[in-house]
Design a protein around this ligand. Structure first.
Ligand code: NZQ
Ligand code: ZN
Length: 390
């Protein structure tokens, strides 16, 4: 277990009747608000009108950046930054899922640069300490962006999808009403759920042996929650308890509570971001295809007990097996969760992806070194894992 600092200043209003506090929270930053949202789901659900109505009644001046893509592009963030700079925006409000939030963070960071371009920050690996304040109304339980310091931005011209981090990117306030996720299509519910599950799995003690019992137990509780409640949300999209459990699990998975004392590995995420960068696929689906193959690939004497523990604690695999047999059962359960319970297609081939770019993708995923973990991965390992997914 390593020494650690825990500091997460995001203020969260969770529940059904909290949105009325939005105007007073935003007023702390000023009156000019840039609302950032995606392709129109919030208009269909009525959330757009609700947010607009609340802010206009409070005398706020609203500007808009609409049409944020899933896998948000740097060019869209730059458009938002231009609006901020031209109009003296005080706060950037994301209304949506991870893509709207990440784009809002990109806007907030780029607004403070000399040329309003987010890409040099992203590509340069900057740690952002100066940005406009970001606020969130969350509609999708998935990425954890509502409480974390990260924004994942894509530049499709160069096939790169990279995380931009910074203390200034942590949302100052987030509104999490599980009812706002009732309208999520089953596919997005499934992909979001696997994303939450995988944020924890990537940081489970497979990420490295520096951990401690309380954190492991909490990690397992979050993964168990996803496994328990996602089928309920798929069956009954308006089940409040299911949506609430998933939404808080999303926030808990990446708000650094589960990082305490550990090394945050990102094996599946590093591999998946390359898939999205080259093929623009849905992030959680890429993770679902990769995770069981990754576990299979890293299974050896050094990792078997950890994988078996996951099987026992999260999927109820029976105790008393050999570590290898137990680990194999655990991997089967991860696969059946992804491909049977969630109903996601199980191969890259089904998503129209072949091996054409695997070599380059594997090199990028490793960033010129190795992906750390209880079993670290070099480019040749990553390429083999991609091939196992075909
Ligand atoms: O664009 P709209 O019309 O809003 O529709 C979205 C989009 O089509 C729809 N949707 C969201 N909430 C809805 C809804 N439809 C109906 N009802 C609702 N309540 O769902 C689709 C996907 O939305 P998106 O925001 O793209 O999904 P998600 O929340 O999974 O975000 C994915 C992005 O976040 C990044 C991913 O890589 C990807 O780019 N990530 C961000 C992280 C972070 N900031 O820490 C970490 C993650 O690992 C991840 O990389
Ligand atoms: Zn993720």
């Amino acid at each position: 277990m390593n020494d650690f600092i825990f500091h997460n200043p995001a203020k969260v209003y969770f529940g059904k009747n909290q949105l009325e506090h939005l105007p007073e929270e935003l007023a702390a930053f000023g009156t000019k608000v840039l609302m950032v949202y995606g392709g129109g789901s919030i208009k269909k659900s009525g959330l757009y009108d609700k947010v607009r109505g609340l802010l206009e009644s409070a005398g706020m001046e609203l500007f808009e950046l609409a049409g944020v893509e899933p896998n948000p592009r740097h060019t869209t963030a730059n458009r938002g930054a231009a609006i901020c700079r031209q109009n003296g925006i005080d706060v950037v409000l994301a209304v949506g899922g991870g893509s709207a939030i990440d784009c809002a963070k990109g806007v907030a960071a780029a607004s403070k640069t000399a040329d309003g371009d987010v890409w040099p920050l992203v590509a340069g690996g900057a740690w952002v300490t100066d940005a406009l304040p970001v606020a969130v109304v969350l509609t999708n339980a998935a990425t954890g962006s509502e409480m974390d310091a990260w924004s994942v931005i894509s530049n499709m011209d160069v096939n790169q999808k990279i995380g931009l981090g910074g203390s200034a990117l942590i949302p100052r306030v987030a509104f999490e009403n599980p009812e706002h996720s009732y309208t999520l299509p089953a596919y997005q519910t499934a992909c979001g759920a696997f994303d939450i599950f995988n944020h924890v799995l990537d940081n489970y003690y497979l990420a490295g042996d520096a951990t401690f019992d309380l954190v492991l137990e909490m990690q397992e509780a979050v993964m168990r929650t996803v496994v328990k409640w996602t089928p309920v949300a798929l069956e009954e999209p308006q089940n409040y308890e299911a949506r609430a459990n998933l939404m808080w699990a999303s926030s808990m998975a990446l708000n650094t509570v589960l990082d305490a004392g550990t090394v945050h590995g990102c094996a599946c995420h590093m591999m998946e971001h390359e898939l999205s960068a080259y093929y623009d696929i849905t992030h959680g689906h890429g993770l679902a295809i990769l995770a069981p193959r990754w576990l299979e690939y890293i299974l050896d004497d050094g990792t078997a007990s950890a994988i078996y523990r996951l099987g026992i604690a999260v999927f109820g695999v029976e105790e008393g097996l050999s570590p290898e047999e137990g680990a194999r059962r655990a991997i089967e359960r991860v696969s059946s969760f992804a491909f049977e319970t969630l109903g996601l297609e199980g191969t890259l081939t089904e998503l129209g992806i072949d091996e054409a770019h695997f070599q380059d993708m594997a090199r990028h995923a490793c960033g010129g070194g190795r992906i750390p973990g209880l079993r670290s991965l070099g480019a040749e390992d990553v390429e083999r894992i991609y091939r196992m997914c075909l």
